[in-house]
Design a protein around this ligand. Structure first.
Ligand SMILES: Nc1ncnc2c1ncn2[C@@H]1O[C@H](COP(=O)(O)OP(=O)(O)OP(=O)(O)O)[C@@H](O)[C@H]1O
Ligand SMILES: Cc1cn([C@H]2C[C@H](O)[C@@H](COP(=O)(O)O)O2)c(=O)[nH]c1=O
Length: 222
């Protein structure tokens, strides 16, 4: 365990696993792309991926998750099924090869959306987390660093309103995203060594400055 958020990450094996979290419209994808570009420019091999998704099976499950009605237990089981396939076929091999893995969402989203947003049992999610994220060596795979893009739901919704037709989650009311945001805050309080809060309400350059500072502080960027 690192001794604090400002200490460089102790790489898990050779690779580094960085997840990007936050409600829809927080700015995750924008800054993930910029960080990938910066790392590749410095000669690092980068695997960019997302959840739910990342493998043919997980992308198929993504389609159902984002567009089909289902209860919270079904959503939880499907996101963890997608995650298991994603870990086995993409994330673990990339980390073993020494890549920096940049993942648009991971298990914090499950606690935020299914746990806090939908009100599903957090202890069941923790049990599923323990089963699905078991590593081949018997450890528990977690991101080495999670960047949490924190933004008021109303601002995030305004950013998304003109971009695309909403999916099942994006069509939820603001009250749902208030609960999801509270879920992310709870996860951050439980994992202060892993999760760095980014004030994503600021203009793009100011948000990127926070991302860059966190990446340098944790040894992701030199
Ligand atoms: N700090 C910012 N200020 C203004 N607009 C922003 C900011 N960050 C992102 N945006 C814009 O908001 C929209 C959503 O950004 P982005 O797709 O990166 O969010 P996201 O968190 O990945 O959303 P989703 O989870 O729905 O994919 C984009 O049009 C993007 O250009
Ligand atoms: C991993 C994960 C995701 N979700 C939800 C959150 C988002 O609304 C969508 C993914 O869409 P994005 O634009 O690609 O971010 O899926 C979820 O409810 N639970 C999860 O574990």
């Amino acid at each position: 365990m690192s001794d604090g958020i400002d200490s460089p990450i102790h790489p898990c094996g050779l690779g580094l696993f960085v997840s990007f979290e936050g409600i829809d419209g927080a700015g995750k994808s924008t800054h993930l792309a910029t960080l990938a570009e910066r790392l590749r420019a410095q000669g690092r091999r980068v695997t960019v991926t997302r959840e739910p998704g990342g493998t043919p099976l997980a992308e198929t499950l993504r389609g159902s998750l984002l567009h089909s009605a289902m209860d919270a237990l079904t959503e939880a089981l499907l996101v963890f099924a997608a995650r298991r396939d994603h870990l086995r076929h993409v994330i673990e091999p990339a980390l073993a090869a020494g890549d920096v893995v940049l993942c648009d969402r991971f298990t914090d989203a499950t606690f935020a959306y299914q746990g806090y947003g939908r009100g599903f049992d957090l202890s069941v999610l923790s049990t599923l987390e323990g089963w699905v994220q078991r590593t081949p060596q018997g450890g528990l795979r977690q991101p080495d660093l999670t960047l949490w893009f924190d933004v008021p739901p109303a601002l995030a919704a305004a950013r998304l309103s003109a971009t695309r037709a909403p999916d099942k989650f994006e069509a939820e009311p603001l009250a749902f995203f208030e609960r999801v945001a509270a879920g992310y805050a709870a996860r951050a309080a439980q994992a202060p060594d892993r999760i760095v809060r980014i004030d994503a309400s600021l203009p793009l350059p100011a948000v990127w400055a926070q991302v860059e500072q966190a990446a340098r502080a944790r040894g992701v960027l030199p």
